[in-house]
Design a protein around this ligand. Structure first.
Ligand code: NAP
Length: 256
């Protein structure tokens, strides 16, 4: 079957809720074994329990993507649990809203450290574990890469940085036989979206999306599965936009 993940060993950062939870479940449904990380133990353990009925192995490991020591420990413990690692999904992300005028350098650093430095640290560590044929897939964003979003300048800078990092990493990893790609979600209904950005933001976004609704976490998970599959091994340094057509209209008139 195309895109089968049968027996593949997968590490997913931020795999316990939102888009990451759906990525975790989709890999399990396709026959993979999964270790996923996050900082919130309650959320992680609850997702681990919820998905324990799938035949594949599953384990939550508490780990902060922005801390080098946590990252090293995460990969070491994952290999110990799964025996090897075939696929790494760098999904953890954080998008608190703050206008530039109100933003402290601490606000800036926190968002850059989680969304951009986290991708660097985990890619570097993945290079010590993935073998030829291994894949890395990053959850990037249309924000920063295709569109701006007031209140998310730090996040925009981080996600644009992620795509730039990914293109150069693709060249450096090609010699190891590892491909690295990204998915750029548009507006996807997740706890992060509901709790951080809120109801008004969601309604406003729906009105400017040509397909008329926010995406579902599974919409991103399927694109991730494709890029991690054996069928996508000749693709590297690329990103797939999954946004219901959000970036297409040249003006609001095009939506009528
Ligand atoms: P979410 O519901 O807030 O989930 C974020 C996930 O990342 C959680 O599992 C969280 O786990 C984890 N995380 C955050 N900071 C972390 C850290 N320092 N170390 C380890 N894990 C961390 O967000 P989401 O909407 O699913 O977003 C998932 C990814 O998609 C992010 O990269 C986000 O930027 C991207 N994205 C989302 C949208 C959207 O519309 N939702 C659009 C474009 C891109 P803990 O809370 O346990 O730490």
């Amino acid at each position: 079957m195309a895109f089968s993940m049968n027996g593949k060993n997968v590490l997913i950062t931020g795999g316990g809720k939102g888009i990451g939870k759906s990525i975790t479940e989709t890999f399990l449904k396709e026959g993979a074994n999964v270790v996923f990380s996050g900082r919130n133990v309650q959320t992680g353990e609850s997702t681990e329990k919820e998905f324990s009925t799938y035949p594949g192995k599953i384990k939550f490991i508490k780990s902060d993507v922005s801390l080098e020591e946590d990252t090293k420990k995460l990969f070491k413990e994952t290999e110990k649990f799964l025996g090897s690692i075939d696929i790494v999904v760098l999904n953890a992300g954080y998008f608190p809203q703050k206008r530039i005028s109100d933003m402290s350098s601490e606000n800036w650093d926190e968002v850059i450290n989680i969304n951009l430095k986290g991708v660097f640290l985990n890619t570097k560590e993945a290079m010590n574990y993935l073998k030829t044929g291994g894949s890395i897939v990053i959850t990037s964003s249309i924000t920063g890469n295709r569109v701006g979003n007031p209140g998310l300048s730090h996040y925009s800078a981080a996600k644009a940085g992620v795509n730039g990092f990914m293109r150069t990493a693709a060249l450096e990893l090609s010699g190891l036989g590892i491909n690295i790609n990204a998915v750029e979600p548009g507006n996807i209904m997740t706890p992060g979206m509901e709790n951080v950005l809120g109801e008004k933001y969601i309604k406003d976004q729906e009105s400017i999306i040509p397909l008329g609704k926010l995406g579902k976490p599974e919409d991103i998970a399927y694109a991730v599965i494709f890029l991690a599959s054996d069928e996508a091994k000749y693709i590297t340094g690329q990103s797939i936009i999954v946004d219901g057509g959000q970036i297409l209209p040249e003006s609001a008139l095009d939506l009528k």
